[in-house]
Design a protein. Structure first.
Length: 79
């Protein structure tokens, strides 16, 4: 699996939490007024996180991207 970079645009995230409902192991609502990305150990990576997802995780991220009402989530293949 290639690495991907997931990003949150904090300016447009409205904390609708659709993404958290789909993949709570990656998206987390903490103290900031936008959702944060966390790794498998629960450590926050803020609004940008590059990692190697499993096939299932990749499908969940794609679903989260599509579910976000403000298009705050983006995903790109990392180089
Ligand atoms: S679904 Fe979009 S708006 Fe809602 S918390 Fe996630 S990134 Fe933010």
């Amino acid at each position: 699996m290639p690495k991907v970079t997931v990003q949150i645009d904090p300016a447009v995230c409205i904390l609708a939490a659709n993404c958290v409902g789909i993949e709570p192991k990656l998206f987390q609502i903490a103290e900031e007024p936008y959702v944060e990305l966390i790794d498998a150990t629960g450590i926050s990576h803020g609004t940008e996180y590059t990692f190697e997802p499993s096939e299932t995780e990749l499908e969940m991220i794609e679903e989260a991207v599509d579910s976000c009402p403000t298009r705050a989530i983006s995903m790109q293949t990392a180089s």
